[in-house]
Design a protein around this ligand. Structure first.
Ligand code: HEM
Length: 180
């Protein structure tokens, strides 16, 4: 009797697992995190990741044509990142909304770097607004939490280091700011 009662719930649970797993695999995001689907889909199979990577690699390649100022404010940063090359400005204007979406939806990237992992761990406390300028993008990123504000500032400094040092800087791990 007990056996008969249990069977439907076991079948339903197995069905639920199957549907969830297939849905995640189709999006290229497995239960182990983005891009590690049970069907063996790597991050390369994730079109959103591939597009984001193409953009930041383009920016790194064209870093000599990009200028950037970072203004620290009490609760975060204001940044202006621009290029006189319209094709470079266009990619900047793509990269920032793509990364703002990742912060908003907590869809992390570059988790290998502890600083990026920490940014995404605190993503719900980050406010990010941006507007296009004629040559690029102006960003304001803040947090009411003083530690997260410091984290935002550290990340902004690392973006500037990406511009200064290129891919070598992307391969580095960056330290977390001290906790207050
Ligand atoms: C030369 C290369 C790059 C440029 C010019 C650039 C530019 C920017 C800009 C303007 C922002 C807005 C925040 C700010 O201004 O500080 C930003 C945010 C972001 N970028 Fe990039 N980026 C570059 C490379 C990368 C790379 C290599 C990654 C990761 C693999 C990355 C991931 C992110 C993420 C996750 C954010 C949102 C997090 C946050 O702003 O706190 N970027 N980037």
């Amino acid at each position: 009797m007990t056996r008969f009662c249990r069977t439907p719930s076991v079948v339903m649970f197995t069905g639920f697992l199957l549907v969830t797993t297939v849905a995640m695999a189709q999006r290229g995001r497995g239960p182990m995190g983005p891009g590690r689907g049970p069907m063996g889909a790597g991050r390369n199979a994730d079109p959103v990741f591939a597009a984001d990577r193409a953009d930041y690699q383009f920016l790194l390649q064209h870093r000599a044509d990009i200028r950037r100022t970072v203004t620290k404010i009490d609760n975060g940063v204001e940044t202006l990142t621009e290029s006189d090359k319209p094709e470079v400005a266009a990619i900047l204007q793509e990269h920032v909304p793509a990364m703002a979406r990742r912060v908003k939806e907590i869809d992390p990237i570059h988790l290998r770097d502890p600083l990026f992992a920490e940014v995404f761990r605190h993503a719900t406390k980050i406010e990010m607004t941006y507007e296009n300028t004629n040559a690029g993008v102006r960003v304001k990123e803040t947090s009411a939490d003083p530690y997260v504000a410091r984290l935002i500032q550290s990340h902004a400094e690392v973006v500037s280091l990406f511009l200064k040092n290129g891919p070598a800087e992307v391969h580095k791990n960056h330290p977390l700011p001290p906790k207050p």
